[in-house]
Design a protein around this ligand. Structure first.
Ligand SMILES: Cc1ncc(COP(=O)(O)O)c(C=O)c1O
Length: 376
């Protein structure tokens, strides 16, 4: 009989050879250019105190939710908060999931049926790919941000069709032309779903609201673990969609609900977000400053991005790892993104900018990158 240990060791050795073996690293105290805490909410003492106050104001709350939402774990507080968050995003309804990963798994595995079609941008997040894999619908990808490619797939679509994009792509940081994609989607009677994980915060309520397209988009996924500095997610859409997901989304049904403390963190983060204009302005200024300071010339490719995610595309896992190591040695926390997380030949360092990064820190990051590139 074959051995599981042998199988695992072989697969890990393959990863080692490809330079892509993953391992957990302890937290460090370098200058943060890698976390998704774009607005500094996760580290805010002020927000932490608001959360503690909210917990103290609800002494009857339990430590844990005690069960799934459909059994003992449903809190009135959760239902009210879903309504408040949906109203903030100008959506008729919303349903919490324990993470963005769970939200996408639940939505895409339960909604598109056999005979239906899911069309995703080729750079769509792994959670959407995994959700779609669990569905029996036909699946297509279109070339990144390419309307002609999308139209080609829309022409082939059968049944109910869902077009799926991110408003800020998680690995490239760029933004699609949402209005043109929406117009095309509507022309073919398809439904647009937008994952707003990296756009909420950067554009307050997200890019869909920023562009005033919320009434035309079929559904949105908003995650709380990035700019909101917390954890969890909400699927925004119609009341029928919410009801449908309560009945059919297995990652909603068969899991323990969020604790009161987590819900309080999300609630306070949203209150904080409504007052975060200064942080959002500083984040945009920092992004512009970074782009102005960086001077890599033709040495490496930078996808056009106005978001907090900025990437330097290098050619291999070893190049990306070396660049990240050199930056870390200079006190800068920048992480390499390796294949197979990104396609081979598109390995990169992914830089996340934050409202709390100072100009001095950003200048130091850019100078160090410019120096490393010019040395090579
Ligand atoms: C675009 C996108 N969607 C969904 C997720 C998953 O969200 P979460 O981290 O809450 O599981 C991520 C996180 O990496 C993401 O980048």
């Amino acid at each position: 009989m074959a051995s599981a240990e042998e199988y695992m060791n072989n697969k890990l050795a393959e990863r080692e050879t490809a330079g892509s073996r993953r391992s957990l690293k302890p937290q460090n105290h370098l200058i943060d250019f890698s976390s998704n805490d774009y607005l500094g909410f996760a580290r805010s003492e002020e927000l932490k105190n608001k959360i503690l106050q909210e917990v103290a104001l609800n002494p009857q709350s339990f430590n844990g939710s005690t069960g799934s939402r459909l059994l003992s774990g449903n809190l009135t507080y959760a239902e009210e908060l879903e309504q408040q968050i949906a109203a903030y995003h100008q959506s008729p309804a919303g349903l919490f999931f324990n993470s963005g990963y769970d939200a996408n798994i639940g939505l895409f595995s339960s909604l598109p049926q056999k005979g239906d079609t899911i069309i995703c941008d080729e750079l769509i997040h792994a959670s959407i790919i995994d959700g779609a894999r669990l569905s029996f619908a036909n699946k297509y990808t279109f070339k990144h941000n390419d309307l002609a490619s999308l139209e080609g797939k829309l022409k082939q679509a059968k049944g109910v069709c869902y077009v799926v994009i991110e408003s800020v792509y998680s690995m490239d940081g760029d933004t699609p032309d949402i209005l043109s994609i929406l117009n095309l989607t509507e022309k073919y009677g398809a439904h647009l779903i937008v994952d707003e994980a990296h756009a909420v915060g950067l554009y307050s309520a997200g890019l869909v609201n920023h562009l005033d397209l919320q009434h035309r988009v079929f559904a949105r996924v908003v995650t709380f673990g990035k700019a909101l500095g917390s954890h969890g997610a909400i699927v925004l859409g119609s009341t029928v969609l919410r009801d449908y997901l309560i009945n059919f989304a297995r990652s909603f049904i068969y899991t323990t609900a969020a604790s009161f403390h987590q819900l309080a963190s999300i609630k306070m983060a949203y209150i904080f977000l409504k007052d975060a204009e200064a942080r959002i302005d500083t984040l945009h200024k920092n992004i512009a400053f970074f782009k102005q300071q960086l001077n890599t010339g033709a040495a490496c490719h930078l996808p056009a991005s106005d978001s907090a995610i900025q990437c330097l595309i290098l050619n291999s896992n070893s190049e990306a790892k070396q660049m990240a190591e050199k930056l870390q040695q200079s006190g800068l926390d920048v992480r390499p993104i390796l294949s197979p997380t990104v396609p081979k030949g598109m390995e990169r360092i992914r830089i996340c900018l934050h409202s709390f990064n100072t100009e001095k820190e950003i200048a130091m990051l850019c100078d160090t990158i410019n120096k490393i590139i010019n040395e090579n």
